[in-house]
Design a protein around this ligand. Structure first.
Ligand SMILES: Cc1ncc(COP(=O)(O)O)c(C=O)c1O
Length: 366
């Protein structure tokens, strides 16, 4: 990481540059931590959003109990840097990944979430052989229809894992209510249904004599309603940086901490301007249903980014268009996929570069 930009104005950064507004980041991190503390909920922010050690450290010092990761390589990188406990919330399949988990669990307390015996059994066997133990959450499908079991399926799998004889210890259940987004009424109503599924599953676990004191859930969209559910711990990710998708409800555009600074490089086509940040700098996420385009333009409601090709943002506007050399701050549709395109996040306060953060887990896909 080059540090020669430290203490320099953000306007001197070479573009495209992923810029983090540190005041907003710190405010977002504190809000979630304070909420979790006020309601006695364990906060395990998902590190896939920022993939940096600096933001993980900020979340920890604000009171996060641990971190969530999706990939075994992310777990390895975070554990090597001393971050734990970790919740790995993704089906871990394959011997190389299981071996990596052993190293992780030797360094920090590890919890894994699974939805099948095929995934649980090799992990349990490897951990047993090494004399290690990880806590296990059985994942429920609460409406996203991506991964997870029914309540009956979850209690059956928990019993099967207990019968394996060690390595993995059933500690409870988890879910990801990622189908609840955008509209406050839908989120509120949907979360009542999610809670009913969680409560029913916990009752089934209790009746079967299975441990269920950890109930893990939580996304950014549902974050501040979690206390109305039986969740005991939360795994929001996006809330730290936010984007066009999630800056709504409890958060607004003024909370978006991540922008991609870009320079106008062409205005040769009438009525258009082109910036040097295409999908390789912004990410390729579609806009949320009520917005259009490949990104927003911070502070310029008169300008639109109608599309992004690999290296070009295609801009249009209502009045006078920006000229070649002018810089704009673009708000990505989805912060997590945007960050994964950058080696570096520049932390900025009052217009000056204060920190340079390496996206250490960039490309940690395995
Ligand atoms: C399993 C799981 N948990 C937690 C999260 C964090 O959710 P969000 O980024 O909406 O806060 C995600 C995001 O994709 C996820 O897949």
């Amino acid at each position: 990481v080059s540090t020669e930009v430290l203490g320099r104005p953000v306007s001197e950064l070479e573009t495209p540059a992923a810029v983090v507004n540190l005041d907003r980041l710190e405010r977002n991190v504190a809000r979630a931590a304070d909420y979790a503390a006020a309601h006695g909920l364990g906060l395990y922010p998902h590190a896939k959003t920022h993939k940096t050690l600096e933001i993980a450290a900020l979340q920890r010092s604000a009171g996060a109990r641990g971190l969530t990761v999706a990939k075994s390589r992310e777990a390895e990188l975070m554990a090597q840097a001393g971050f734990g406990p970790l919740v790995l919330h993704y089906p871990v399949v394959g011997a190389a990944k299981v071996r990596r988990l052993l190293a992780v669990a030797e360094a920090v307390p590890l919890t894994v979430a699974v939805d099948s015996l095929e995934v649980a059994e090799p992990i349990a066997a490897a951990f047993r052989a090494r004399g290690l133990t990880a806590e296990l959450l059985i994942e429920l499908d609460v409406g996203l229809r991506r991964t997870g079991l029914t309540p009956e399926g979850a209690v059956a799998l928990a019993g099967e894992v207990e019968a394996l004889g060690g390595g993995l210890v059933v500690a409870g259940i988890s879910c990801y209510p990622g189908h609840l987004r955008y509209d406050a009424a839908t989120i509120e109503r949907g979360l009542v249904e999610v809670d009913a599924i969680l409560a029913r599953t916990r009752a089934l676990f209790d009746a079967a004599g299975l441990r269920c004191d950890r109930i893990s859930g939580g996304s950014t969209a549902t974050l501040f309603l979690s206390h109305r559910t039986c969740m005991t711990e939360l795994r929001p990710g996006n809330y730290a940086l936010l984007d066009r998708m999630e800056a709504r409800g409890a958060f607004g555009p003024e909370d978006c901490a991540l922008t991609v600074h870009a320079t106008v490089v062409s205005t040769s086509v009438a009525g258009r301007f082109v910036l040097d940040a295409g999908s390789k700098a912004l990410g390729e996420a579609p806009p949320p249903p009520d917005l259009a385009g490949a990104a927003g333009v911070a502070g310029r409601a008169d300008l639109r980014i109608e599309a992004a090709s690999e290296e070009h943002a295609h801009g249009a506007g209502d009045g006078e268009l920006p000229r070649v050399g002018e810089r704009l701050a673009l708000v990505p549709n989805h912060a997590c996929t945007c960050v994964n395109h950058h080696d570096t996040l520049y932390g900025v306060r009052d217009g000056m570069v204060e920190t340079v953060m390496r996206v250490v887990a960039r490309g940690a896909l395995q």
